[in-house]
Write a protein that binds this ligand. Structure first.
Ligand code: ZN
Length: 136
């Protein structure tokens, strides 16, 4: 079994932002030489998330609106007394900081409307995304 590890850097520019990292991840899968296996996409951060879904301006705005409505940045969360980003920790905890994809015949398998998206919840920041491709 092969295991190929790569760390990508993604600089965000907004407090809330959705960055399409699909091409970067697919490039890592190509580089890895893995034909059949799995691809882990993991953000080692407590205030960001990884999702696999459509990347279209209206739904992207809706993802951000949903995060704001559900996790309420202005609510007096206890953690806000530390660094004012409780909503980002809560959203990251619930949405998740990783996704796993199948790799088949050298290509990452995903649905037509499943782009791989980094969700910035407390930017702007420099984010790291670990991509590990494992298989034969
Ligand atoms: Zn915090």
């Amino acid at each position: 079994m092969k295991a190929y590890f790569k760390e990508l850097v993604v600089n965000t520019s907004e407090r809330f932002q959705v960055v399409n990292i699909t091409r970067m991840v697919e490039e890592v899968v190509r580089e890895s030489g893995v034909r059949n296996g799995i691809c882990l996409v993991f953000a080692p951060h407590a205030t960001a998330a990884i999702i696999a879904n459509e990347y279209e301006p209206r739904i992207v705005a809706d993802y951000i609106e949903l995060v704001k409505q559900v996790f309420k940045p202005d609510y007096p969360w206890r953690h806000n007394s530390i660094d004012n980003n409780a909503h980002a920790h809560l959203a990251s905890a619930i949405i998740g900081a990783s996704r796993v994809f199948p790799v088949k015949e050298g290509r990452l398998v995903r649905g037509t409307w499943q782009e791989i998206l980094l969700v910035e919840l407390d930017g702007p920041r420099s984010r790291h995304v670990i991509v590990e491709v494992m298989g034969e």
